[in-house]
Structure formats: structure tokens, C-alpha cells
Design a protein around this ligand. Structure first.
Ligand code: URP
Ligand code: ZN
Ligand code: ZN
Length: 463
């Protein structure tokens, strides 16, 4: 049998197994996995000797081309997906925002236009709901039927995105019935706003006060409330961008009780801390995102959470704003700093490095966290998230030994700083394939804008 591409001699890694094997690709799918597959007539042979072959990374939390805080996130679907590919991510799920008074359909249409012709890797959308009347409740069912099977709700950002408990409860009940999944931004926005107003009145306006006015208790309280609402609704719930031990404990307790509650964290909470604000003047604005950075000891608690399956997913919450001109908007008042940080490019290397190379968990657990569980939870499995005959040939040839120092001077994200500047990682992608097409090889980008496809997803399934 003739194949389009054969990857030879690699160590294939899935969430459950590690084994030496060739992988053959035909028409964008994995056609065969086995020893000594015939190279005859294969148009392309890629030698993966000494390398891992991983399922492509899946980043389920990005904000490309997103209007926020008086500006727009600086990566669009072309630059953002390109940077993702440089880091070994081949699928992302971004967020289509429904603004007040709008239909969910309008939100989706508008984000589909942003991505069309630009995305270099495959993508999908969660729908952010800010206004839930009876029409939009019915639309939730329609969207789920059409393959948009997850929604993001906010318990923070009063007057912008925040929903009250009754509305959140209605949305959770809808997903309990229609099989979708709610992603929750869990912070007590009302209490935080009172603390913020007090800080401003006291003249505390520098970037660090963004962090100091958002206590961990506000995240823990909202996480517990989200879980309670989901339990009453009989629905699963996925808590996004978890930053601290206090909130993580709420997820752990719920999971111990057998509830379908899932937690996601991001590399910034594993590598950075409140100490990053100890920089001259306004530079702390680079670290203004929500939830904020915490005291350093939380980092190890989060790593342990990943190891013990109290947390199930690592995403990036990539939401980049340039330091010059965009973060500048809040020079005199931290509440005006656009919230968000860049990270889409370095998730795989940072988690491999801090997780596997540092001895915290196995390479299989790494694959589970960055690809397989995201695929299962968000209805992409087994098309994505694994290496199996019939799955999309989204593959990363990963060099576990290669070291790299992260820097804005060399990264590919369209943003003028790196949150992880100077951090050395061990483990880098050497080649990246999306549906069998080589998008990256030997640091050379070979993809093209528009080659990414919109993914209709299946219903949430338990990982
Ligand atoms: O600061 C952040 N996280 N910005 C993006 C929006 C969100 O809350 O995820
Ligand atoms: Zn959020
Ligand atoms: Zn986000």
C-alpha cells in the first residue's frame, strides 16, 4: 500500500502508551501504525529517530482578535495560529462573544469571519454568553446540535461579561439537557469590584493592585458556587484558568464526591507569581491578567493538582496585548490595563519541561493534559487528541532534549514582550503536521493562511 507520508523510528506517545513504531499517513488521516511499514512510494519520509511522536496539542482557551479593555488582542487568527503551530499546537478553541442584546448566532458568525481564510491550523469556538433570554436559551440547543458544544460564562467583570446566579443556573440546566459543557470564569466579581473601588479611592493605581484586589478567596468562593449550581442543575462544569490552591481544593472536593467537575490551569500560574510585579514602574502591566498571579507557593500545589488529576487540562488563555500602546492604556490606573497575556506558543514546551523533564509526571500524563483530555471534554476525540488509525494526522515530532530560552526576540506571537522571557525549557517541537500537511519542519514554517478548518464538535464526554 502506498502512503503519502511515513514517520519512521519515533517513540509514539499517547495518553496510555509509549512504543517504538512507524506511522503512515494517507489523505490526512493516520492510515497505519506498526513496525517497518513500507516506505515504497511514500512521497515523504520523516525520520523521528530519538524523538517522540505526540498527538498535536489542543489549546482550548485562546482569545484571538478579541475586542477587550478598549483595544483588541494583538494576535489575529493568522498570527496566533502560526505561533501555536511553532509550539506544537494543531487545534485551538477560541471564544465567540455574544454582546448584550445579540443572538448567539451573530456572535458565532462574526468569529467565523475573523478566522476564515486566516487560520493555519484547525479551530473551533466556545460561545461566551452575556445575555440569556428565552431566545438565546433555545439557541444554545441549536448551537450544540450544530457542533458548538461549549459555552463560557463569567462570574466576574461586572457590567461587561458577568452573569447573575439565576442566569448561570439556567445555562447550566440547558447544558444538562443538551449535552454541552459550560466553561466557567470563577471569581466573585461583585466583591472584587468593591475592593477595587476602595483601592482606587486610596490612590493605589499601579499594576500590582490588579493582583492585590482579587483575593484567592474570591476565586475559591466562585468556584464553589459554580460547582453547587452545576450540581443542582445536574450538569458538568469546567472551571477555566485556575490560579490558586484555595479554588483547586473546591474542585478536588467535588471530584472526590464523584461530580463531573473539571479544572484547567495555564503555564503562567505554574511559572510566574506575584513577585513578577517587582519590576520598575509600569512594567508589571505585562502580568496583568485575570485571575491574577498569586504567591509563589501556589505553583507547586497546581503542579501537584496536574499530577494527581485534580486538574485535567492545561490551556494558555492566550490574550496578548502589546506593552507599548495597549497595556499603556492603563498607565495611570490599573483597571484600564487590558487584561490578558501571551502564551499560545510555549504551552507544550513549558509543560513538558516543568512536568516531564522535571520529573513531576510521565510523558503520557503530559499528552493527556495538553491533548487527549481537552479532545474528550470538548467533543473532538478520537478525531483529535490521540494517535490511532483513522484519527487526523495531527502530529508533533518532539525533541525531548532540545533546550530553548524563551524570548520576545525569537517568538512568533505578534506581541512585543514575553511573560516567560529568559526561562529555559527542555523539549521543543521539531516538526508539526496538521491533517498530514507539514506545517513546521526544522524551525521553518511551511503552512499557509486559510488551511485551518472549522471543527464541528461532538457532545462533551467524560475523559
Ligand atoms: O485576563 C484574561 N484572562 N483575559 C482574557 C479573558 C478571560 O477572562 O479569560
Ligand atoms: Zn476568563
Ligand atoms: Zn480567557
Amino acid at each position: 500500500m502506498a502512503f503519502d507520508t511515513i514517520i519512521t523510528n519515533g517513540r509514539v506517545v499517547t495518553a496510555s502508551d509509549t512504543f517504538s513504531s512507524d506511522i503512515a499517513i494517507s489523505a490526512g488521516k493516520i492510515a497505519a501504525i506498526g513496525q517497518n511499514l513500507s516506505r515504497d512510494n511514500a512521497a515523504t519520509v520523516i525520520d523521528a529517530e530519538g524523538k517522540y511522536v505526540l498527538p498535536g496539542g489542543i489549546d482550548v482557551h485562546t482569545h484571538l482578535d478579541m475586542p477587550f479593555g478598549g483595544t483588541t488582542s494583538s494576535d489575529d487568527f493568522e498570527t496566533g495560529t502560526r505561533a501555536a503551530v511553532f509550539g506544537g499546537t494543531t487545534t485551538l478553541i477560541d471564544f465567540a462573544i455574544q454582546y448584550k442584546g445579540q443572538s448567539l448566532r451573530r456572535a458565532l458568525d462574526s468569529w467565523m469571519k475573523k478566522a476564515a481564510g486566516k487560520a493555519v491550523c484547525d479551530y473551533s469556538f466556545h460561545c461566551i454568553i452575556t445575555d440569556l433570554g428565552s431566545a438565546q436559551l433555545e439557541e444554545m440547543n441549536e448551537l450544540v446540535r450544530e457542533g458548538v458544544t461549549s459555552f463560557k460564562l463569567f462570574m466576574a467583570y461586572p457590567n461587561v461579561f458577568m452573569l447573575d446566579d439565576a442566569t448561570i443556573f439556567k445555562a447550566l440546566r440547558a447544558t444538562a439537557r443538551n449535552g454541552g459543557l459550560v466553561c466557567m470564569h470563577a471569581e466573585n466579581g461583585g466583591a472584587i469590584d468593591v475592593i477595587v473601588q476602595q483601592a482606587l479611592a486610596e490612590g493605589k493605581k499601579t499594576p500590582k493592585y490588579h493582583a492585590l484586589t482579587r483575593p484567592t478567596t474570591a476565586e475559591a468562593e466562585a468556584t464553589a458556587r459554580a460547582i453547587a449550581l452545576a450540581e443542582m442543575a445536574g450538569s458538568p462544569v469546567y472551571i477555566v484558568h485556575m490560579s490558586c490552591h484555595d479554588a483547586l481544593e473546591k474542585v478536588r472536593e467535588a471530584r472526590d464526591r464523584g461530580l463531573p467537575v473539571y479544572g484547567e490551569t495555564c503555564p503562567q500560574y505554574l511559572y510566574l507569581s506575584i513577585e513578577n510585579f517587582d519590576v520598575p514602574e509600569f512594567e508589571g502591566a505585562k502580568y496583568v491578567f485575570t485571575p491574577p498571579l498569586r504567591e509563589k507557593w501556589h505553583q507547586e500545589k497546581l503542579w501537584t493538582g496536574l499530577q494527581r488529576d485534580h486538574l485535567q487540562v492545561v490551556s494558555t488563555d492566550h490574550c496578548p496585548f502589546c506593552f507599548k500602546e495597549q497595556k499603556e492604556l492603563g498607565r495611570d490606573d490599573f483597571t484600564k490595563i487590558p487584561n490578558g497575556g501571551p502564551g499560545i506558543e510555549h504551552r507544550m514546551s513549558l509543560i513538558y519541561s516543568g512536568g516531564v523533564a522535571a520529573g513531576r509526571f510521565s510523558v503520557n500524563r503530559f499528552v493527556e493534559l495538553v491533548s487527549t483530555t481537552p479532545a474528550k471534554l470538548f467533543g473532538l476525540y478520537p478525531r483529535k487528541g490521540t494517535i490511532a488509525a483513522g484519527s487526523d494526522a495531527d502530529l508533533v515530532i518532539f525533541d525531548p532534549k532540545r533546550k530553548h530560552i524563551i524570548s520576545a526576540k525569537t517568538h512568533h506571537m505578534r506581541v512585543d514582550y514575553s511573560m516567560f522571557e529568559g526561562i529555559e525549557v527542555t523539549g521543543m517541537p521539531q516538526a508539526v503536521l496538521s491533517r498530514g500537511q507539514i506545517l513546521l519542519q526544522a524551525e521553518k514554517f511551511l503552512g499557509r493562511p486559510g488551511s485551518g478548518q472549522f471543527l464541528r464538535r461532538s457532545l462533551y464526554s467524560e475523559p
